[in-house]
Design a binder for this molecule. Structure first.
Ligand SMILES: [Zn+2]
Length: 409
């Protein structure tokens, strides 16, 4: 088990306020502002929520009564006023369990409602073993992690990310190319039964996109996250800082965009010429095998990239050029403030980023690139758990969730 890793403060959004306020919306707004670190006193909340002093005061008192918030000392106020009570989420408010699955492993963690990572671990699993085997291992390890830190504090939500398309409403993967046996499997329903709380299923790259966007200043959205790993995937964050799912949840699934003029390589999806089949880390590994013989793995590619091996760097640059073409198209279409490149190859060297950047700035028009930031992920392998943390806490502190939230119950 690894040491708990501190995440940076993550911004949480609050529900839009209307003239006709009802209790749960007010409570949700106040709790989320405290949970995001945007407000630590009643005076902060009045300013941040734009609510009347009496509304804030009544709401805070109710959250204190219910044990959702607690008093955490005082804060000196400017001028001669008495020190203000400092508000914090109660550690008794419970936990969110997070599982971020990749093709060959999963990051698991237990976070509290103040965004503190209480425990985390990396679990070796093969997603191709199917849902029964993988989820049984994840449930067992989440249970162990939770028992180690949480005592009897309740689990409030479970968030699970998987490397494939999902139907978030049904809580099932939908024809995921690299997850054989998972199509239509009721992942959310199973974990909801196991842990007795709301469960959210999300695509892994969407989680990374959300985590990344919420760890950065608000002006870095809209944000496009491109993950180059076993496959290639994308996630879109709107200028309001929310995930853009599209009508059916498929938005951002860019791995199967066809590259015209590329070699006719068969993709895992059954089509030929997909960007994922030509420029993912697996594709680079395959090409390396063709040039040098043997069957290099993605881990080999990563190691060779980090070492600056000239053959693999050439292959990475060629991949970057193809990915850059796709990203340039997306930049025109979506005009993001930031494009984040993630995945193990990007983490091992700046070569991939540099290659993508040069094509994007060459191809895209000045208006779309004038203020564009194109950078590697700031959270690296923790981007997924950061996004899952945001989703989980926002669910627990949503108007629906907070209406029933009483600490210790
Ligand atoms: Zn494909």
């Amino acid at each position: 088990m690894l040491e708990p890793s501190p995440l940076p403060p993550l911004r949480l959004t609050a529900p839009a306020l209307t003239a006709r306020l009802d209790g749960p919306i007010t409570l949700s707004t106040l709790a989320r502002l405290v949970a995001s670190g945007a407000a630590v006193s009643k005076a902060d909340l009045v300013q941040a929520a734009g609510l009347a002093r009496t509304t804030v005061s009544t709401g805070v008192d109710e959250l204190l009564d219910r044990g959702v918030l607690r008093l955490a000392g005082t804060r000196r106020t400017p001028g001669r006023g008495r020190p203000a009570d400092r508000l914090a989420l109660s550690p008794r408010g419970g936990h969110v369990l997070v599982a971020d699955l990749g093709a060959h492993g999963a990051h698991l963690c237990v976070v509290d409602l103040s965004q503190r990572v209480r425990a985390h671990a990396h679990l070796d699993i093969e997603i191709s073993d199917g849902p029964e085997v993988a989820l049984a291992a994840i449930e067992a390890h989440l249970g162990t992690l939770r028992a180690g830190v949480a005592g009897d504090d309740p689990v409030r939500a479970v968030v699970i990310g998987v490397p494939g398309p999902v139907d978030g409403q049904l809580g099932t993967p939908v024809r995921p190319p690299i997850m054989s046996g998972w199509h239509g499997y009721p992942v959310s329903a199973r974990l909801r039964r196991t842990f007795g709380c709301p469960t959210l299923l999300e695509n892994d790259v969407n989680l990374r996109a959300l985590g990344e966007a919420r760890a950065l200043p608000a002006d870095q959205a809209p944000l496009l996250f491109v993950k180059v790993g076993t496959g290639i995937g994308g996630g879109l964050i709107t200028d309001a800082g929310q995930l853009h799912h599209g009508a059916d949840g498929a938005a951002g699934d860019i791995g199967h965009v066809r590259v015209r003029g590329g070699p006719d390589v068969r993709c895992v999806c059954g089509n030929v010429g997909c960007i994922e089949a030509l420029a993912s880390a697996s594709a680079v590994a395959r090409r390396l095998g063709e040039e040098l013989g043997g069957e290099p793995t993605i881990a080999d590619v990563r190691a060779l990239v980090a070492r600056g091996d000239p053959v693999v760097l050439r292959l990475v640059r060629e991949a970057a050029e193809l990915i850059g073409e796709v990203v340039a198209t997306l930049v025109h279409f979506y005009n993001p403030a930031r494009v984040t490149i993630g995945g193990s190859v990007a983490a091992a060297s700046d070569e991939l980023l540099a290659g993508i950047r040069s094509v994007v700035y060459q191809r895209a028009l000045p208006l779309a690139t004038r203020n564009l930031v194109l950078a590697n992920s700031v959270l690296g392998e923790f981007a997924g758990i950061a996004g899952a943390t945001v989703l989980g806490i926002e669910r627990v502190l949503s108007p629906e969730g907070i209406g029933v939230l009483t600490a210790g119950a």
